[in-house]
Ligand binder design. Structure first.
Ligand code: FAD
Length: 472
């Protein structure tokens, strides 16, 4: 990893990865369990023991072929998956020692094939005459596109923003996920014939009726959850009280995509306060640190143990001198005479009985209020579904929180319309979006074959296997 002192001053990737010697040494630690729990823990069920065996023999290209069978975006997931809760969290080595560094091993393999120029393989695609529209270019939309274009579909992605990649492009910071990976992914899809139509927010610039008139045989909705939740408290509208989504978007546009600060002004503060305990809060805090703030403080209403952020992210933030105030909740933002935030009033909390989420309920401690001096507050308490699209299509079934309802095959209640990713599950992970996208793409293909026997039947989606038993 980059040294903590050095990395606070740049947006370069923090984790540098293994070299050949280290990756082989790490692979030697694998116990090759007869019933590997890591495979079950992995959201896409990569055959981890098999790839580790190949790594030991330096057969990296074959190892990558194995990964690719299950995971169409491994260069990205190896960097951003919360492995501590997934494959590595299930590794039996972790009971007594450090679990196997599966993410770093996969990263070595995918970086190796990228360097060899083999990651983006050319394909001979035979068009099948069917058109599919994808709404949203986040990981779910990109994976549906990748799957279906390889089966001969004519794919158009409609994206509200002017860059593709969804949260991968404008949410996760460069120091965790270099944007070159997203640019290459999109360039590759374009080379396969996928069309990207940017600055088109479905529900505003085009409606579902417009898409139907355009003659699409199926539509996939992968619009994520992009409406930031508000705190609804005094001072919320003061200058320099902002949401993390907007903040990180600006940081990414300037620091990763090279836009000027004139176009995307970056809110800066000497004493920055972040509200929230998830990965988004860590991303905002560590970005503020890199933009030169003197102090960066994370305020979270529960204790460290309940914070939803990965332990690794919290550890890395602590190494970068981010201050944590756990069991602390904001009650009011206080402004100066110009309407700019200058302080945040908070109250101390204690933990009570578990609430609906299963975590201990935070309870305010009477008369424990105090103020934190701050000139920039970033709210990172989560995102919810933006109803613009669903309200423009009143027949589509949505749940209580505005999320789109689907069946077990990824289909909405409307014929030919499928959905997946965060817009279905609520804020989740990249790997979950990939799993949902694979399922939807597979079922779009199966349903269109049923309707039209002319579509080439040959291909059972090569990324998709029904059960993990198929692996062994
Ligand atoms: P998104 O990635 O949200 O993409 C949706 C796309 O749809 C966007 O490009 C949006 O502009 C577009 N769109 C929205 N509405 C419309 C419309 N009406 N018309 C057209 N286009 C539209 N997960 C991890 O696994 N690891 C991490 O480290 C991690 N870090 C995160 C950090 C941040 C800051 C955030 C916000 C999330 C993070 N996540 C992480 C979660 C992860 O990024 C999401 O679960 C994942 O991106 C969801 O993919 P998606 O395709 O459903 O939606």
């Amino acid at each position: 990893m980059q040294d903590p002192l050095r990395r606070q001053k740049n947006f370069d990737e923090v984790i540098l990865g293994f070299d050949l010697e280290a990756v082989k040494k790490e692979a030697e630690r694998c116990l090759q369990c007869a019933k590997p729990k890591c495979v079950v823990g992995c959201r896409v069920h990569t055959n981890i023991p098999k790839i580790i065996r190949l790594v030991k023999e330096e057969r990296f290209i074959e190892a990558y072929e194995k990964i690719k069978k299950r995971n169409p975006m491994s260069a990205i997931t190896c960097r951003v998956c919360p492995q501590e809760n997934q494959c590595e969290g299930s590794c039996v080595l972790g009971k007594r020692w450090e679990p196997l560094a599966i993410g770093l091993i996969e990263r070595y393999i995918t970086d190796y094939v990228r360097k060899m120029g083999l990651y983006y393989e050319p394909m001979n695609i035979e068009p099948n005459g069917k058109k599919v529209a994808i709404i949203g270019s986040g990981p779910s939309g990109l994976v549906v596109a990748k799957q279906l274009v390889s089966l001969g579909y004519d794919i158009t992605i409609f994206e509200a923003f002017h860059k593709g990649g969804g949260v991968l492009a404008y949410g996760i910071p460069e120091y965790r996920l270099p944007k070159q990976l997203i640019k290459d992914e999109i360039k590759y899809l374009r080379s396969l014939g996928v069309k990207f139509i940017y600055n088109h927010r479905i529900g505003k610039h085009l409606t579902f009726d417009d898409l139907n008139l355009m003659g699409y045989d199926a539509i996939f909705i992968g619009i994520g959850v992009c409406k930031p939740m508000r705190l609804r408290m005094e001072g919320q509208d003061l200058e320099n009280v902002i949401n993390a989504q907007d903040y990180l978007k600006r940081v990414n546009m300037v620091k990763s995509y090279g836009y000027s600060e004139k176009l995307y002004p970056l809110p800066r503060g000497k004493h920055v306060t972040i509200i929230g305990g998830g990965n988004v809060a860590m991303d905002a805090a560590r970005s503020a640190r890199r933009l030169g703030s003197e102090t960066v403080t994370i305020v979270y209403r529960r204790a460290l143990e309940q914070a939803p952020a990965c332990k690794k992210e919290i550890h890395d933030a602590q190494e970068e001198d981010i201050i944590f105030q756990f069991l602390t909740n904001p009650v009011e933002f206080v402004g100066d005479q110009n309407g700019k935030v200058k302080e945040m009033e908070v109250i101390k909390m204690r933990l009570g009985e578990p609430d609906a989420s299963g975590r201990a309920r935070p309870i305010p401690i009477n008369d424990s209020n105090y103020r934190i001096a701050t000139d920039l507050v970033i709210i990172a308490i989560g995102n919810e579904a933006d109803e613009l699209l669903t309200s423009s299509c009143s027949d589509i079934e949505v749940g209580k929180w505005g999320n789109i309802e689907i069946d077990e095959n990824g289909k909405t209640n409307l014929e030919g319309i499928y959905a997946g990713g965060d817009i279905v599950t609520g804020a989740d992970t990249v790997a979950s979006a990939i799993v949902a996208a694979k399922r939807a793409a597979n079922n779009i293909h199966v349903d269109l074959i049923k309707k039209d026997k002319e579509i080439k039947r040959n291909i059972v989606n090569y990324y998709y296997l029904e059960t993990i038993n198929d692996l062994f």
